[in-house]
Design a protein around this ligand. Structure first.
Ligand code: ADP
Length: 271
């Protein structure tokens, strides 16, 4: 395969010619493919032993191997927490590979936005309660043509982040409204916010604003990368706005179902 880029050569408003660059990307693509394959094989191979480690630690902590001292229990609990984090990381790596390779199937259907949002809010309620943050549905209208499970997964990620990076007593609002051919979702928080030069970067793999975010908030830095590939596979967009110290808003657009078209006969249908 060859990548071609072209740009005009100008003298003021006069176009003198063009520069065309042909670049052979065969080797780069092959390296990318091998790298992705390597990562996914390794991740698969790690999953099985990790499952057994978690199982054994769980049994130990539960006293299945006999009573253990408080100190031993604390150590086992730390090991269990770390192995759970590692499992999340491996699952996220496999997920981002699958999404970006287009290997994860997307099942499109028409869905009421309210149903999808309610399912996502339900799933994060436990986390919100634990963190003392309330989650509220704002104005919600519209229908989307999308993979409901994938959309719920993306919303859970956005809501989870909004909760994680908010202080106790804070409120998170999620809303959706039709915007042209799309439905625009927004997740608004009043948390710590994101510096302007990080607003785009955080959608990259393993990107976190603070190096302590992984440890303290249990994240992997892959959630937004997964969310972006899900949204892009739907032909939508995802982006963030923020005022540091005041909060952040995450936006996402997904193809809208034209309600007129679904309730009236198609114009070419009757003859
Ligand atoms: P994770 O949450 O697992 O670390 P994400 O890809 O979902 O990974 O997010 C990447 C980083 O972006 C987070 O670690 C955090 O630094 C920043 N971030 C995401 N959402 C928010 C938010 N609502 N408020 C503040 N920072 C955020």
């Amino acid at each position: 395969p060859v990548e071609v880029t072209a740009s005009p050569l100008r003298d003021g408003a006069v176009v003198l010619g063009a520069v065309v660059v042909f670049r052979d990307v065969t080797q780069r693509r092959e390296v990318d493919r091998l790298k992705n394959e390597f990562v996914s094989v390794i991740s698969h191979e790690l999953r099985t032993p990790l499952t057994s480690i978690r199982g054994s630690l769980g049994l130990l902590a539960g006293g299945a191997a006999g009573p253990i001292s408080d100190q031993a229990r604390r150590m086992v609990t730390i090991a269990l927490g770390s192995s759970e984090r590692l499992t999340r990381l491996i699952n996220d790596i496999l997920e981002v590979e699958r999404m970006e390779a287009g290997a994860a199937p997307i099942e499109l259907a028409d869905h009421d936005v309210r149903t999808v949002l309610a399912a996502a809010v339900d799933q994060v309620q436990g986390l919100a309660d634990a963190d003392g943050v309330s989650v509220r549905l704002g104005d919600v209208t519209g229908r989307v043509h999308a993979d409901a499970d994938r959309v719920v997964q993306t919303l859970i990620n956005l809501l989870g982040n909004a909760i994680k990076f908010s202080a106790r007593g804070s409120q998170v609002v999620v809303a959706a409204r039709p915007a042209g051919e799309f439905v625009e979702f927004r997740v608004v928080d009043h948390g710590r916010g994101i510096p302007p030069d990080r607003l785009e970067m955080i959608f990259g793999r393993f990107e976190q604003v603070d190096s302590s975010d992984a440890r303290e908030k249990g994240g992997t830095g892959l959630g937004l990368a997964i969310s972006r590939s899900i949204v892009e596979r739907h032909g939508g967009r995802i982006w963030a706005q923020s005022t540091p110290g005041e909060g952040s808003t995450f936006f996402m657009t997904l193809p809208r179902v034209d309600e007129e078209a679904t309730t009236t006969a198609s114009p070419t249908g009757a003859d």
